[in-house]
Design a protein around this ligand. Sequence first.
Ligand SMILES: Cc1cc2nc3c(=O)[nH]c(=O)nc-3n(C[C@H](O)[C@H](O)[C@H](O)COP(=O)(O)OP(=O)(O)OC[C@H]3O[C@@H](n4cnc5c(N)ncnc54)[C@H](O)[C@@H]3O)c2cc1C
Length: 412
Amino acid sequence: MEVFDIVIIGAGPAGSTAAWHLSGQGLKIALLDKKSFPRDKVCGDALSGNTIFELKKLEDKGLDLSFFEVTENAYPVDGWSFFSPKGHRLDLFLPNEQKITEGKLKYPGFVSKRFDFDHFLLTPLRKTANIVVFENCEVKQIDFHNDKVKIICADRDLEAKLVLGADGANSILARKLWREKIDRAHYSAGLRQYFRNVKFEREKQLIELHFLPEILPGYFWIFPMADNVANVGIGMLSSEIEKRSINLKAVMKDIIQHHPKVSSRFHKAEALESPKGFGLPLGSRKSQVSGDRFLLVGDAASLIDPFTGEGIGFAMKSGRLAAHFILSKWGYHDFHNNQEYDEMLWKKIGGDILTAYRIQKLLRFPWLFDWVVKKANSSPSIWNLLNRMVWYPSERQNLSNPLFYFKVFRKS
Ligand SMILES: Cc1cc2nc3c(=O)[nH]c(=O)nc-3n(C[C@H](O)[C@H](O)[C@H](O)COP(=O)(O)OP(=O)(O)OC[C@H]3O[C@@H](n4cnc5c(N)ncnc54)[C@H](O)[C@@H]3O)c2cc1C
């Protein structure tokens, strides 16, 4: 039996970020993962606002961000292209004067294979004092006792005072302990397929979100990467997939081969893999994220943005917040009741997520999306308004406010 203060299950962005923020405080930490790194994780690989913010916080803890100076590691992007249901395109990007010119993160966003990005976050932790990284270590069982937790993996047993569940969408803690069923209204299914030689037509490198009518309230994406590779995928609400008996792989294939707005981009493209799927636990309702001697972070805590499908930034943020919660209580709190963590996490993240949920719901009115995109393309002031919402999440709530549409109407 190996004894630790804290065991973190899962070494994705949530688990590694928590370990970074817990390091250097004298606590003995085990960070374990069922896979050995580098490992693939099905994802769109897009790193935007929230992730960049958290990376800067980790730089303060000693993470070397030179990784982002190599295009093959992390392909820089200028912003987003939204394609409305009727195919109107709206490009939102940071105006030149607002571009970041200092530091190693010179772009507002990047596309980085999780194979590389997660390995980059984890690697320095292998050499960090008081952190032991166990790979190929799948947690099979967790036994809670009054004064400790026993974590049973395939080939070793660990003991800790507290467990951090950073084990993603299929979290053993979130699922097996609570036997929580997936609520399909708050869960999406996604597919990813890497392609080479997809046609791009712009000067600016933008990540593209195509809100095709067939898959609303989901979208089809094309994200540019180095070496003419693109991350291509589709994400859709699980309740809609079930209601409409949709075969997502067949829909994605059909879009790539036949969709009038998209297929011409793929005439010379070569698929580098077959489509791979994974679930997205959305943060569109408040979930319980703690229990007796455990806290959940990242996808295990269901924190994915219900509009964009982004979860890496919130995973990292929750890892940081959980670490701060633990450090602020260590020594005098017994971690039996961690309700305070639930409240704090929701206070810091819930507002942004609920705004995204309201926007997701607006996708029930595709004509509204088309109308706003058309207006933004013909009115610089509306474009500015929408652009600010992309870069400053606090302004996003405008989108779910009827007054915003009145403003658009008046300015048109
Ligand atoms: C198709 C798709 C596209 C997406 N696109 C984007 C995007 O472009 N941008 C974005 O920001 N987000 C995106 N997301 C969401 C993003 O992938 C997740 O939010 C993010 O990976 C969450 O990080 P995490 O650390 O919580 O979990 P994960 O990254 O899933 O890490 C969990 C880790 O736990 C390990 N683990 C699991 N079970 C056990 C066990 N029993 N024992 C030990 N280890 C275990 C796993 O091996 C894994 O390494 C996408 C998701 C999907 C499915």
